[in-house]
Write a protein that binds this ligand. Structure first.
Ligand code: PAF
Length: 285
């Protein structure tokens, strides 16, 4: 595996691979890699000739008071994991390398309607920061395909919209959520959980599954179904539920009636830690 921190070096390698007609798969990350990320690398490996992983904790997508400064940075361990996953190139630029003039003034605006909802409502400007860095990374890596995890469902939806609307010649691949054995969706932030919180955390997925089952069995009262989900989570020990909703997968707007394709999304808090999870519900399949 080649590890590259310079834009110029990356460009030269990409140019060479393009000249050789190789298909490039790309996995953008913020590092602190876990099994979920490595699964994305596996998918890229299966579908491309060369796999590029980026590790960059992107300041643009963190708001004031968020955890940018203390976001776990574990480059050495990440590098070992990527090497054993047979990643071909790790791109790990510094902030100065990617944003040489300090604050970047040109931004890619995420679809404002999608970005105003859910995570975007809690984190204003977050998705503009994500779209801007993903756009930069796509321009640098020029991938044929890029893999994103379904766990960040809103991010997936927004990036898909950006790629379609800006005619990006990149195929997006959505990877299923990687979970611990007890069902907890893998996340770099899980390591902040105390022993007690870690015991409560997997119940989020249990409650989501209950609600999904209710949809499958034809329970059409979606708002009371979601309210039941919130009440269950609070009684199971979660401190707060930011949202628990059944949405249209394209518009992300809450649904009041069952439809063929829906996504159940939720964020519940344990202390200061926000746990995100979702389930796709396809009534036709
Ligand atoms: O999902 C993430 O880790 C980040 O939002 C991404 C896509 C790497 C952009 O910084």
């Amino acid at each position: 595996m080649i590890a590259v921190s310079r834009v110029q070096t990356l460009r030269e390698q990409i140019k060479q691979w393009r000249r050789d007609g190789l298909k490039i798969g790309f996995v953008p990350t913020m590092g602190n890699l876990h099994q979920g990320h490595l699964g994305l690398v596996d998918i890229a490996k299966q579908q491309a000739d060369r796999v590029v992983v980026s590790i960059f904790v992107n300041p643009l997508q963190f708001g004031e008071g968020e955890d940018f400064a203390r976001y776990p940075r574990t480059l050495d361990q990440d590098q070992i994991k990527l090497q054993s996953q047979r990643c071909d190139l790790l791109f790990c630029p510094s902030v100065e390398e990617l944003y040489p003039s300090g604050a970047i003034s040109t931004r890619v605006q995420a679809d404002p309607e999608l970005a105003a909802l859910w995570e975007g409502a809690a984190r204003p400007g977050h998705f503009d920061g994500v779209c801007t860095v993903v756009a930069k990374l796509f321009n640098l890596v020029q991938p044929d395909l890029a893999i994103f995890g379904q766990k960040d469902f809103q991010q997936w939806t927004i990036i898909k919209r950006m790629v379609v609307e800006l005619n990006w010649p990149v195929e997006l691949v959505k990877a299923p959520i990687a979970r611990d054995q007890d069902g907890l969706a893998l996340s770099s932030r899980n390591q902040y959980l105390s022993v007690d919180q870690r015991q409560i955390a997997p119940k989020l997925y249990v409650v989501l599954q209950d609600a999904a089952m209710a949809c499958f069995s034809g329970n059409a009262d979606l708002s009371s179904l979601c309210q039941t989900g919130v009440n269950q989570l609070l009684s199971l020990g979660f401190d707060q539920v930011d949202y628990f909703s059944i949405v249209d997968p394209t518009s992300l707007k809450p649904l009041t009636q069952l439809q063929d394709s829906m996504t159940l999304i939720a964020v519940a808090r344990l202390g200061g830690i926000r746990l995100l999870d979702n389930i796709e519900i396809n009534l036709k399949s």
